[in-house]
Design a protein around this ligand. Structure first.
Ligand code: GTP
Ligand code: MG
Length: 568
């Protein structure tokens, strides 16, 4: 192989592998001059003159179609950009070698393999796979057939290129196969309805065929439009793909953070967020278990204390009864023995007999003073569970309740209506009333505190250990609703009352001027104010007692988690 042949082969290989001699936008081979001359962009990429002319210009700069780097163009536009002289020199050498040397085509084994992958049959022998294309004969050839068929002096000059560089074929007119399809129909209806091939036409079809009245364009130009629109679209697609792969990366990072398998977590020995969440849940439930265990222990202690007291009482009663019994038995014996004697001795013992009988009477009296529960004790233990997981032993749950509200709202009237079913005209409370009220399974200790303005600063002394606040509102006095709202808002913000249930009694509903529950709820902004705590509004009147039991029932439900269990 001579030097020229060798350099041609290398250049061909270079070109076939990297397409350095083609414009990568239009894929046309660069030319030494004219539209296809390669021009250099600032980023180092080369693009043919024609493609550069088609690129949009913004503020006298054009963007490289490959890396979007800007290249300023002067007043002379694309014409002012430097030609890629290195590439032009390479091209010139290649053409020169091509003209001079007999073409003996060599492709590396690797390049041959690439060409074979195109799987095009050899036109000379269908058993062979083509790797070359003769641009003069227009035939696809394998290496052997290429040598064989192009061995004469004239045929050897035929330009053969790797199959992958085969020049694009010109389409044939579907109606006149001997003519090239030079035009394409641009009619909108045809574009929408017809296949691409039926829109192609030769010059005869253009002037006389079915598309003759339609708008048409040159095949090359239209194909170029499609190519450039695809290239444009591909730029967006590339951006989209970048965004997608970034999103995939982000998702991957998040998944790793969740599982704790990301490098930072591993390096710092930090668990993933899922493990942290699991630990938080376990902590929470451990605290619940701890506090439940404490509550259980307290409840069992309450049962044990109850048992000790009951046993102690029973033992005391047993001891008392045994002592009474022995005293009665002793007196009875004394009397019986005395009356067995002769008359004189009976008379002499009369005083002792009287005393013995008196002692028996005394024991009888003591026995009759015992309650039925003491005389007929039952082994059962009544247990109630409160909502705060306390155990209450006995038939009634004790509850501390404070009645608050503006002066004249009816607190004292309600208290006495519930306690002794009486409605009397009350005088204003100065200080407080405290009463014990039993209702169903509740034993309420009610603190009714005076509501006059000057007394309100004292309300705070009644908050400690209060399980429920009953806030009484005079429903017939809407002018004082804002004042009531102000006092209620202060109560709600009190720390000591944060767990207390809140019953709002809309009192004096018997009066014709009384407002509805909806209006009072709105005026006192109860839905907002009491959000997050257990509260209830109940219409009532202290005169008839209507609504008071419903209110107490609600309070009972707030206290009791589970009704009375008679453990027997
Ligand atoms: N018609 C009617 N009058 C009521 C009702 N409840 C209370 N009253 C009357 O309203 C007035 C005030 O009642 P009280 O019970 O003293 O009011 P209070 O909230 O205890 O007032 P202070 O002790 O000053 O805080 C009394 O004259 C009661 O008779 C009711 O439901 N209907
Ligand atoms: Mg009062």
């Amino acid at each position: 192989m001579d030097r020229c042949g060798a350099s041609f082969m290398e250049l061909s290989k270079l070109n076939s592998k990297n397409n350095v001699l083609e414009c990568r936008v239009c894929e046309d081979v660069f030319s030494l001059q004219g539209d296809k001359v390669p021009r250099l962009l600032h980023c180092g990429h080369s693009v043919c003159h024609a493609c550069l002319m088609r690129l949009p210009q913004k503020d006298n700069t054009i963007q490289c179609p490959f890396d979007r780097q800007p290249t300023p163009v002067g007043n002379s536009g694309v014409w002012g950009l430097k030609k890629n002289f290195s590439l032009l020199e390479l091209l010139e050498r290649l053409q020169h070698a091509s003209d001079k040397a007999a073409i003996s085509f060599f492709l590396s084994a690797e390049a041959l393999e690439m060409e074979r992958k195109l799987a095009v049959g050899c036109d000379e022998d269908e058993q062979h796979v083509a790797v070359l294309y003769c641009t003069v004969c227009g035939s696809h050839l394998c290496e052997a057939c290429s040598e064989l068929t192009h061995s004469t002096r004239t045929l050897a000059k035929h330009r053969r290129v790797p199959l992958s560089e085969k020049p694009r074929e010109r389409p044939k007119c579907p109606s006149h196969l001997s003519h090239p399809a030079e035009f394409v129909c641009l009619d909108e209806e045809c574009q929408a309805l017809e296949s691409g091939s039926s829109r192609l036409m030769c010059f005869i079809c253009k002037d006389y065929g079915r598309h003759k009245t339609h708008k048409h364009g040159l095949v090359e130009v239209e194909a170029e439009h499609i190519r450039s629109s695809v290239i444009n679209a591909m730029q967006h697609v590339r951006k989209l793909m970048e965004e997608m792969s970034e999103a995939v990366q982000r998702i991957d990072n998040v998944a790793q953070r969740l599982e704790g398998t990301d490098p930072t977590c591993i390096a710092e020995g930090r668990p993933g967020t899922a493990a942290l969440a699991r630990a938080r849940v376990q902590d929470f439930f451990q605290q619940l278990r701890d506090s439940l265990e404490l509550q259980e222990a307290a409840a069992l202690t309450a049962v044990d204390t109850h048992l000790r007291q009951r046993l102690c009482t029973l033992q005391q009663l047993q001891t008392d009864l045994a002592s009474w019994l022995s005293q009665v038995a002793c007196a009875t014996l004394q009397c019986e023995q005395a009356i067995q004697q002769d008359d004189g001795r009976v008379i002499m013992a009369a005083r002792d007999i009287k005393e013995a009988l008196l002692s028996i009477e005394k024991q009888q009296q003591q026995l009759s003073e015992l309650s039925p529960e003491q005389l007929h004790p039952e082994p059962c233990i009544p247990i109630t569970f409160t909502k705060d997981n306390r155990v209450h032993i006995g038939r009634k749950i004790e509850m501390r309740v404070v009645f608050l509200g503006l002066d004249g709202a009816g607190k004292t009237s309600i208290l006495f209506k519930v306690k002794q079913n009486e409605f009397t005209v009350e005088i204003p409370t100065i200080g407080f009333n405290v009463e014990s009220i039993e209702y169903k399974n509740l034993k309420l200790t009610v603190w009714d505190v005076g509501g006059q303005h000057k007394l309100r600063p004292l309300w705070k002394h009644y908050y400690l250990n209060t399980q429920a606040v009953v806030f009484v509102v005079d429903s017939s006095d809407p002018e004082r609703f804002p004042e009531a709202l102000g006092e209620l808002a202060k109560l709600i913000s009190e720390k000591e009352l944060k767990d207390a249930s809140l019953l709002i009694l809309a009192n004096k509903q018997d009066l014709p001027t009384s407002e509805s529950l909806e209006r009072i709820t709105d005026e006192l902004t109860l839905n907002k104010l009491c959000c997050g705590r257990s509260w209830h509004i109940q219409a009532c009147d202290a005169q008839s007692g209507n609504g008071l039991h419903e209110g107490l029932d609600w309070l009972s439900r707030q206290m009791v988690a589970s009704g009375v269990f008679d453990i027997s």
